[in-house]
Design a protein around this ligand. Structure first.
Ligand SMILES: Cc1cc2nc3c(=O)[nH]c(=O)nc-3n(C[C@H](O)[C@H](O)[C@H](O)COP(=O)(O)OP(=O)(O)OC[C@H]3O[C@@H](n4cnc5c(N)ncnc54)[C@H](O)[C@@H]3O)c2cc1C
Length: 499
């Protein structure tokens, strides 16, 4: 009658007996592998090319440096205490392992406000509602209202008779009235849900309810296009409640680093990975020269676009998988402002403004509410848009973010202080945002890397179904540690795959 173990329990039996495991990369996956393997009695060395740990789990504050492949290194100049998350910024409430490690490592978390009906939609174009910022709540309520009105009418007029009984039809109409805010005649009219043109107050100020936008105007202005799909509430990973680490998401990496610090060699760029008859030989270079390191086994967490350029003697299947799995292009810019005008002037506390232009999104900070200054994420874009903006120099990215951003927030002109941008597909040691599988590569290439190539295991966000999430790095690390440990403790000659 024992209670089932929680999903995050990880109680492996047996001893690693000091076997030397060389781990490539000190991102969350690499450090989690070392953390768990150390507990099991292994001796780990982590080789990390950068002079910091965390990889993509990176918060930009004053003094942060970035090196993109076709640009000089840059240094962030922000006020002390301000930061933005260049990589992960949100933790879904069901990412149990991410939350588990925050708890185990003592990283405090706070709610991240991902859904904000008070932020804006901004559609560039030629429609009647184009080039205007419109509160998300207005568009959401109008679309819900018009769509439910249409459905209610079609049920009323017998359009769906064959599919339901009269009683079912009445129940559905009652639901549609509630969902869409329809009146007694099942018509969508102005109501308080979508907001006021004059807020209610004391005395003789009942407030003035705003009129709905016309459905045709919404449609013709592109506000029903997929750019404005209701991502936050409808996507499993983006539904509230969401969390963030207090003081920047890199606090998770820092807490892990503290646990594995003696195992980490920073500034050590891996240049070659070789399976030997017994064990592995890794070549790396650092400020002092080229070195070789031998170990019993290796866990490689290098992102695949980087690994693709590292010498190795992997099998043909493994090399092909490394080359075929693609990564997303993505970029962000942090913009520091001397006043939190989005809060003071526009009542926006956290959340996201969506656009159909190359900005794609503006993220408002979910910390320091009512503080003095703040950093907005001025764009967060993907694919072609990220490629186009990432191709610009740093100054031109800033110019672009300010030009497009001031159409929504004219306060940009007066309040802007400085920026820092990261284009992940151009960032050395990543060369991509996260792995993106097609049905084909998931079927043919993904399983290849779940198996070790002789003494080399692979781990990282890319080897899970949780791509683009820190949870992927944690889950993959644990699966790999379990597979490697089973091989060692069971003395297997064969190579169990990662589950
Ligand atoms: C823009 C963006 C937004 C994201 N948003 C979220 C989010 O909101 N929530 C969330 O949970 N996750 C998010 N993620 C995903 C999350 O950041 C990753 O899934 C996770 O951090 C990946 O960890 P990793 O250890 O697998 O890889 P990495 O962090 O990439 O670690 C790989 C390590 O290998 C090192 N390395 C590379 N080449 C070499 C070499 N030759 N020699 C030695 N070392 C090398 C790198 O420096 C790095 O430290 C986001 C990622 C990005 C890019």
């Amino acid at each position: 009658m024992l209670k089932p173990a929680p999903a995050h329990a990880f109680n492996l039996e047996g001893d690693g007996k000091g076997k030397h495991i060389i781990i490539l990369g000190a991102g969350l996956a690499g450090m989690t592998c070392a953390y768990e393997l150390n507990k099991l009695g292994y001796q780990c060395t982590i080789l990390e090319a950068r002079h910091r740990t965390g990889g993509r789990c990176w918060s930009i504050r004053n003094g942060a440096t970035n090196q993109e492949i076709d640009k000089p290194a840059v240094i962030a100049k922000f006020d002390d205490g301000l930061y933005f998350n260049a990589g992960p910024s949100r933790i879904p409430h069901h990412h149990e392992l991410t939350l588990h490690y925050c708890k185990e490592l003592g990283v405090p978390i706070q709610v991240y406000n991902n859904v904000n009906e008070g932020a804006y939609y901004f559609a560039e174009g030629k429609g009647p509602l184009s080039n205007k910022k419109i509160r998300v709540r207005e568009i959401h309520n109008d679309i819900r209202g018009y769509m439910t009105e249409m459905l209610a009418k079609s049920i009323d007029h017998g359009g769906l008779d064959s599919a339901m009984t009269k009683e079912d039809g009445e129940k559905i109409i009652a639901y549609l009235q509630a969902e869409g805010g329809l009146d007694i005649d099942k018509l969508y009219k102005a109501s308080a849900r979508r907001g006021y043109t004059e807020s209610p107050g004391a005395g003789d100020r009942p407030g003035k309810i705003a009129e709905p936008h016309k459905l045709a105007d919404i449609l013709h202005s592109g506000l029903m296009d997929p750019d404005f799909y209701n991502v936050a509430e409808y996507t499993y990973e983006l539904q509230m409640t969401m969390f963030q680490a207090v003081g920047g998401m890199d606090q998770i990496a820092r807490a892990l680093e503290k646990k594995v610090a003696p195992s980490v060699k920073m500034g050590a760029e891996v240049t070659s990975i070789n399976n030997l008859a017994e064990g592995v030989k890794i070549t790396y270079k650092d400020a002092t020269g080229v070195h070789e390191l031998s170990g019993d086994m290796c866990i490689c967490t290098l992102p695949l676009p980087v690994l693709s350029n590292v010498n190795n003697n992997f099998s043909g299947d493994v090399s092909r998988a490394i080359d075929y799995i693609s990564y997303i292009q993505t970029g962000k810019i942090g913009l520091q402002f001397k006043r939190r005008f989005w809060e003071e002037d526009e009542h926006i506390y956290g959340g996201i403004t969506h656009t159909n232009n190359d900005l794609t999104q503006i993220f408002y900070p979910s910390y320091d509410y009512l503080g003095k200054k703040g950093i907005l994420i001025g764009y967060y874009n993907f694919n072609e848009k990220a490629q186009k903006i990432g191709a610009l120099g740093y100054a031109d990215r800033e110019k672009f973010a300010l030009e497009k951003g001031r159409l929504i927030h004219p306060q940009y002109d007066k309040e802007f202080e400085g920026s820092f941008s990261v284009s992940w597909h151009k960032t050395k040691y990543n060369l991509g945002g996260w792995a993106v599988y097609s049905t084909e590569t998931r079927k043919t290439q993904y399983p290849v890397l779940l198996k070790p190539d002789k003494h080399v295991y692979f781990a990282g966000e890319h080897l899970t179904y949780l791509n683009a999430w820190m949870a992927g790095a944690f889950e993959s690390a644990r699966s790999t540690v379990a597979a490697l440990h089973a091989r060692v403790t069971e003395g297997r000659a064969s190579y169990p795959a990662v589950k």
